[in-house]
Write a protein that binds this ligand. Structure first.
Ligand code: DAH
Length: 344
């Protein structure tokens, strides 16, 4: 038996010299470790080994098996390293004489406008905060007065994770955390990326950006809301913009409004951008619902506030004259570069 073991070991070391690729390695493995391989074969001899030698022989067989397994693993690694090296050798060397695109890039138009909006609000004393992209169902819905059975959930179908959390559908999802952190007297602005299950077309994307604002204090009024929104629009469009409020509906505001801006292009006379109405629908907003305050630990008898959720992509499209939202996520450098001069 001992001789047989030594013989197999020698033979393996000899055979393994001829390994050139993964398939010959696999053949070698099967020849020794496979069901009909030499090691399995050894077991038949093992049965007839006298009892007093069984322990010693068993160890020798095991050692041989380990030796073969380790060698095969080593070969495998060597072959993989060799393949990588060959790939590197095959690759063309980097050619520094090739022409390069020397055009200077620009920030994404969304980034440019977001920065403008952020600057305007921070100059008015707002704290700038960030929200999570993955939110709990509680923050995204329940804390903003949208319980599980609320029909508003339909419009905000989104991407659910296995652990029950969601890719946030709205920047409003951060309201609760922000009010708990800074309330009850605060002015906070929080931009963020949102996600919804949307049929994508020229004006709908499954990934889009909003900027949310909340102001909570004693005796906050709709007049305050109008003041801040007008300041923001004047700053972004660099001219005097009028605003008007129409009634709207959101579960987290009462009353809720749709804020329209007078068309920055025709000054309200009517043009193709505003569909000849003189107004552009811009920003949903309203007075924060007492339930939302209560859930965030703010006493609605003592404090009130307003909130708004500005659709960044829409604002970018209006300001840049872009007619298809899909361009904003497409990473088309040539197209994006044009905005450098267009929207600054
Ligand atoms: N979260 C709303 C949405 O995505 C937008 C919104 C409406 C935000 C009214 C607000 C608000 O803060 O007051 O549809």
């Amino acid at each position: 038996m001992k001789e047989k073991i030594n013989e197999i070991e020698k033979q393996f070391d000899e055979d393994s010299k001829n390994i050139a690729d993964l398939s010959s390695l696999e053949e070698l493995r099967l020849a020794y470790l496979g069901k009909k391989g030499k090691i399995t074969d050894l077991m038949t001899y093992f049965r007839v080994v006298p009892a007093e030698l069984k322990k010693e022989m068993g160890m020798l067989v095991n050692n041989l098996k380990n030796h073969i397994e380790e060698s095969i693993a080593e070969f495998k690694q060597k072959l993989a390293d060799k393949a990588v090296q060959e790939e590197i050798n095959r690759a063309k060397p980097f050619d520094i004489t090739l022409p390069v695109d020397t055009g200077v890039g620009s920030l994404h138009p969304r980034t440019i406008i977001q920065k403008q909006v952020v600057d305007i609000f921070s100059s008015m004393g707002f704290i700038i905060e960030d929200g999570n992209e993955i939110e709990t169902e509680y923050n995204n819905f329940i804390a903003v007065n949208v319980p599980e059975t609320h029909p508003a959930r339909d419009m905000q179908d989104t991407f659910w994770l296995d652990n029950g959390e969601v890719l946030k559908t709205q920047t409003s999802a951060a309201q609760n955390r922000i009010l708990r952190t800074y309330g009850p007297k605060c002015k906070v602005l929080f931009p963020g990326r949102c996600f919804r299950n949307e049929a994508i077309d020229a004006s709908h994307e499954n990934t889009f950006f909003q900027i949310e604002g909340v102001v909570v204090d004693e005796n906050v009024s709709v007049a305050n809301l109008i003041y801040f929104m007008k300041k923001m629009l004047n700053g972004v469009f660099k001219k005097d913009i009028n605003v008007r409020l129409r009634p709207g509906y959101f579960p987290f505001t009462e009353p809720s409004f749709e804020l329209d801006a007078s068309c920055p292009f025709c000054g309200g006379k009517g043009c193709s951008t505003c569909g000849n109405s003189g107004w552009i629908e811009l920003c949903p907003c309203g007075m924060i619902h007492p339930n939302v305050l209560k859930i965030a630990g703010v006493d609605p008898e003592k404090y009130n506030g307003f909130a708004f959720g500005l659709g960044m992509d829409r604002l970018v499209m209006i300001k840049s004259g872009l007619d298809d939202i899909r361009h904003l996520n497409a990473g088309e450098v040539k197209l994006l570069r044009q905005f450098k001069t267009k929207i600054n």
